[in-house]
Design a protein around this ligand. Sequence first.
Ligand SMILES: [Zn+2]
Length: 345
Amino acid sequence: MKEHNRKSRYSRQERFSPFGTDGQRKLGGSHVIVVGAGALGSAIAETLVRAGVGWVTIADRDYVEWSNLQRQQLYTEEDAMKHLPKAEAARSRLAAVNSEVKIDAYVMDVRAQELEELARDCDLMMDAADNFDTRLIMNDISQKLKVPWIYGGCVGSSGMTYTFIPGHTPCLHCLLGTVPLGVDTCDTSGILPPAVQMVAAHQSMEAMKLLAGQRDNLRSTLLSFDLWRNECYEMKLDHAKKDDCPSCGVQAVYPFLWSANRTKSEVLCGRDTVQIRPARKMNLDLKQLAHRLNGLSEGQISVNPFIVILQLKLHRIVFFADGRVLVHGTSDTMEARSLYYQYMG
Ligand SMILES: [Zn+2]
């Protein structure tokens, strides 16, 4: 009886003829890395593990909080009460969903070196990150190792996704400055769960096609939608590939894998403060930032011509116009970076 049940486990997707038993076999032999275990990461990981991807690796730096439960489908009230790291809570839930899948979980801030090591033997990277620093690192690793990655982002009621295939599509670096990719985050603009589900559904379906070897069926456009306003756009990006792109061009140097181009965080001695310096020099509109942060349910904002201060219950975050940020009230760089990306995206 048990054996019979096992055989029927994937029958409904094998019966879908374009996918079939061949697609299922290939899925079972694949390794996918999910970068981030928040809302998108939860939804994507659950779909891929249920579908029978042979090996799923999840990396995330955060722990489960009460405000995550509204949309991060793998987590429970118990996880939030125990402040369990998301990667660990996800691993234990996913192992209960499908014991046939090898699941590796890493509680870590995903940086270039670590991700490159993890990605060496993977077939696909899924973007469920909450910031563009991580995405630019994924993008360079994708180009260097010739591994596809699937971008996904959502905020408010809208979402966006694109499938990056090294050697075929433009890369994220090619699109910087030409495609509006937004800086709002779920912490500043909120998020409605169906927008997450929609992006995750598109990303997961692209993953199934790709892993099944059916690249002709991949969507070739950047998809953008707003479920609240009932809008949906597709953008052709074939022309956006740049021959001189430092990440995917003829003389690619993968700049976001260099330490000089990474966002840096350092503990300021004896001050219980972490300083975070972005990789690229920014010129922030502080008034606009203050306005955006003002919409938050928590924290108090004060602003002068040089800085914006966000006073939270346990931390004080100070934003400078050049993009530098001081997080007071911690000497833990992982915690500080986590707060930084919550508000800076
Ligand atoms: Zn490029």
